[in-house]
Design a protein around this ligand. Structure first.
Ligand code: OSB
Ligand code: MG
Length: 369
C-alpha cells in the first residue's frame, strides 16, 4: 500500500475493575491506536499495547508515542509503497521499541488486507472459527475475594483461569483457588517478581497441578529460568523474556521454558509472532496467545492469531467486557460457550466506533507523507 498519512491517538479507557499485578494497579487503560490511511482511501487500524508505566517492559506509552512520531511513522511514510511483510525491514534501523513497531505493522496489515478484501485470520493461516477463552485475574483484596472473582468468570464460561501472583500473595492465593475449584485448568503469572533464591517457595506451587507458571524471574534471567526449571515440576512458560523468535529459540535451547506465551506487541508484530508459533510447532512446544488488555482492534487480531494450529492451549483472549464497559469497535468480542469468535470480514474484520474512539482520545497527531 501507499501510505498518505498516519494518525496516532492516545486513549484513556476506563477498566470495569482495577487490574492488579506484581507491578501495581491499573484503573484506566492508556493505549495508542494507529490509523494508516492509504492513497486508495482505505484506513487500516493498529494498536500499540504499551502501558502507562515501563513496568511490564521497558516500553511505555509516551516513549512509544515519541518513537512512533519521530522515527517509525516517518520511515513508513517515506516509502513509495510498502507491503506488510516489508514493514519490519523498513523499521529495522530503530533498535527495540517492538510494541510501537507492532502497532504500526498491524495498521499496515489491516490496510493492505482491507484493500484486498481478505481477512487477517485467513492471511495468518487460521484454522478455527472460534478460540477457547481464558481469563487473566488480577490480585484481589484477599484469597476469599479472589475465589469469588474466579467463580464469577467460571460462571461466565471461561475455560481456563490464570491468577496473578507476587511475593506474599502466591501460595495461599493459589491454594484457595485450587481448593474451591479442584478440577479447573489453572495457571499463575508472576510477572518477573521472583529470583532464583525463591526456588523452594515456587516449588510449593507444584502440589496444585498447575498448567504452568508464567515468567517467575526477570526478563533477562534466561539461565536462571533454566536452573529453576530443574527444581520445579510445574512447567515454566516465559512471557516477558520472549522478545523475538531468536529469544524463543535461545530459551528453548537452554531449557528455560517448555511453553511459550506469544504476544505480538512484545515481539515486534504479528508476523514475528507467527514465526515463533511456527518454530514452537516444529519443536512440539505448546504455545498460547497472551494479551495486553487490548481494545477491540488488538483483540480481533489476537483471536485470529490464536486460531493458528500451533496454539494448543487456551489464551488470554477474553471477551471485551472482561476489561471494558465500552469498546472502540462496533462489535466487541463476546464470550459464547467459553469461546471468542474469530472475525472473518476484510482486514481485522471489526469496524471502529468513531464516537467511542473520540470519547476516549486524550491526544492525537497526524503525520503526512
Ligand atoms: O503478563 O500477561 C501478562 C496484562 C498486561 C501486561 C502483562 C500481562 C497482562 C495480562 C492480561 O495478564 C492479559 C489480557 O489481556 O487478558
Ligand atoms: Mg504474563
Amino acid at each position: 500500500v501507499r501510505l498518505e498519512q498516519v494518525e496516532l491517538r492516545v486513549l484513556h479507557i476506563p477498566l470495569v475493575s482495577p487490574f492488579t499485578t506484581s507491578f501495581g494497579t491499573e484503573t484506566v487503560r492508556e493505549v495508542i491506536v494507529v490509523r494508516a490511511d492509504t492513497a486508495d482511501g482505505v484506513s487500516g487500524w493498529g494498536e500499540i499495547v504499551t502501558q502507562h508505566m515501563p513496568s511490564y517492559s521497558s516500553e511505555y506509552t509516551h516513549g512509544a508515542w515519541d518513537v512512533a512520531r519521530r522515527w517509525l511513522a516517518p520511515a513508513l511514510l517515506a516509502c513509495d509503497a510498502i507491503a506488510p511483510e516489508e514493514v519490519a525491514g523498513a523499521l529495522e534501523h530503530v533498535v527495540g521499541h517492538r510494541m510501537a513497531k507492532a502497532g504500526l505493522e498491524l495498521a499496515v496489515l489491516d490496510a493492505a488486507l482491507r484493500t484486498e478484501g481478505r481477512s487477517f485470520a485467513s492471511y495468518l493461516g487460521a484454522v478455527r472459527e472460534t478460540v477457547p477463552s481464558g481469563v487473566s485475574v488480577g490480585i484481589q483484596a484477599d484469597p476469599e475475594a479472589l475465589v469469588e472473582t474466579v467463580r464469577g468468570y467460571l460462571d461466565e464460561g471461561y475455560v481456563r483461569i490464570k491468577i496473578k501472583i507476587r511475593p506474599g500473595r502466591d501460595i495461599d492465593d493459589t491454594a484457595a483457588v485450587r481448593a474451591a475449584f479442584p478440577d479447573i485448568p489453572l495457571q499463575v503469572d508472576a510477572n518477573s517478581a521472583y529470583t532464583l533464591a525463591d526456588a523452594d517457595l515456587l516449588a510449593r506451587l507444584d502440589r496444585f497441578g498447575l498448567l504452568l507458571i508464567e515468567q517467575p524471574l526477570q526478563e533477562d534471567d534466561i539461565v536462571d529460568h533454566a536452573a529453576l526449571a530443574q527444581q520445579l515440576r510445574t512447567p515454566i512458560c516465559l512471557d516477558e523474556s520472549i522478545t523475538s523468535a531468536k529469544a524463543a529459540r535461545d530459551a528453548l535451547a537452554l531449557g528455560s521454558t517448555t511453553v511459550i506465551n506469544v504476544k505480538a506487541g512484545r515481539v515486534g508484530g504479528y508476523l514475528e509472532a507467527v514465526r515463533i508459533a511456527d518454530l514452537c510447532e516444529a519443536a512440539g512446544v505448546p504455545v498460547w496467545c497472551g494479551g495486553m488488555l487490548e481494545t477491540g482492534v488488538g483483540r480481533a487480531a489476537n483471536a485470529a492469531l490464536a486460531a493458528l494450529p500451533a496454539f494448543t492451549l487456551p489464551g488470554d483472549v477474553s471477551a471485551s467486557d472482561r476489561f471494558y464497559a465500552r469498546d472502540i469497535v462496533t462489535e466487541p468480542a463476546v464470550l459464547e460457550d467459553g469461546h471468542v469468535r474469530v472475525p472473518t470480514g476484510p482486514g481485522l474484520g471489526v469496524e471502529i466506533d468513531r464516537d467511542a474512539l473520540d470519547a476516549f482520545t486524550v491526544e492525537s497527531l497526524t503525520l503526512r507523507r
